[in-house]
Design a binder for this molecule. Structure first.
Ligand SMILES: [Zn+2]
Length: 335
């Protein structure tokens, strides 16, 4: 059974599902302010801001905020119009999780929504995380999953996304350990945000398995920001899921912080499918920026159901394999 914001559903009801998204998010506290911000940094984001964020998504601070019930609803309706049925919302509380709004959105759109729990990376942590014990952090996640999030009747159906920095901090290690304990105990899956340019996923997987988690309940996210096929294969050979979740993000912040292009992602995806790894790969957009929403000129939650799908087919990925990554794989991961 899968725990959605409206209660438990049979896993077969999940249908076409995005394995990692954010419907509401506020990442503004994670944006580094240097005091030397570009022109327009404090502007309200609108469709004319796209040129400002073409290379660096955080060149406009407001781009890091997704809010507004009606806005979110129209974005989900658009996703639904292209065959979307379910969304796993992996937003930790400190960056904008809103369980009651997710519940209302699910009721009004008919889309299944699964909510997350746990904590994001160090910079975002609530101050209390520093002093909390592993047992207290585990209790918090257990409560979100079994009782309800922050006094509501809305339960979390997945753990994560748990955040980790380039150098995994002691507080992040505590949260990871707690996630591993609760994941092993409840059977819920864990999504881990790994630093975009390091190869921390291997040690993180070991830590979670050490707490008793099964590899098939662990997903290492963001492995497609900068493509390193050997690293991805090392993870896959540990039996975990890897997630291609940056479709639609083709940024160039600097030479050291560039993002791969969607077409490059598809070519690596195809090579991994050819090697027999299809069953452990998830495909999604991880929408976390205004510039990605349709209403701001972005490709919206349907991107992997439209443009990316076309790219996949034209690069030799079969319809059956592509669809399996958006249906069966998500179902098996979170069921
Ligand atoms: Zn995310």
């Amino acid at each position: 059974m899968i725990t959605t914001v409206l209660g438990e559903i049979n896993a077969d009801k999940l249908g076409v599902a995005l394995s990692h998204e954010h419907i509401f998010i506020d990442m503004r506290n994670c944006v580094t302010i240097t005091g030397n911000e570009p022109r327009g940094f404090y502007d309200k984001f609108d469709v004319t801001s796209r040129a400002d964020v073409a290379l660096d998504p955080y060149a406009v601070l407001d781009n890091a905020l997704l809010d507004g019930f009606e806005n979110a609803k129209s974005e989900l309706e658009y996703f639904k119009a292209y065959g979307g049925e379910s969304i796993i919302d992996c937003t930790p509380d400190e960056i904008g999780r809103d369980p009651l709004a997710l519940k209302k959105l699910s009721e009004e759109t008919g889309i299944n929504i699964v909510a997350g729990c746990g904590h994001y990376y160090h910079i975002a942590h609530y101050p209390y995380v520093k002093d909390a014990s592993v047992a207290e952090l585990a209790d918090e996640m257990r409560n979100d999953i079994l009782v309800g999030i922050k006094g509501t009747d809305v339960k979390a159906g997945i753990i994560g996304e748990i955040g980790t920095s380039a150098t995994v901090t002691d507080d992040e290690k505590k949260v990871l350990t707690a996630a591993g304990i609760v994941g092993a105990e409840t059977g819920k899956a864990v999504h881990v945000h790994t630093d975009l340019y390091t190869e921390n996923g291997v040690d993180i997987v070991k830590r979670l398995i050490n707490e008793g988690m099964k590899p098939e309940k662990i997903c290492i996210d963001h492995i497609d920001v900068w493509l390193r096929p050997d690293y991805i294969k090392r993870l896959l050979d540990m039996g975990v899921y890897v997630e291609f979740d940056n479709f639609g993000k083709e940024f160039y912040v600097s030479e050291a912080r560039r993002f791969a292009y969607d077409l490059e992602r598809i070519k690596v995806l195809k090579s991994l499918i050819d090697l027999g790894y299809k069953d452990r790969i998830l495909v999604t957009n991880d929408i976390c920026l205004k510039s990605m929403w349709k209403m701001f000129g972005g490709m919206g939650y349907a991107h992997v159901l439209r443009g990316v799908r076309q790219m996949a087919y034209e690069n030799g990925i079969s319809e059956a394999d592509y669809n399996a990554m958006l249906t069966d794989n998500v179902k098996k991961f979170i069921d």
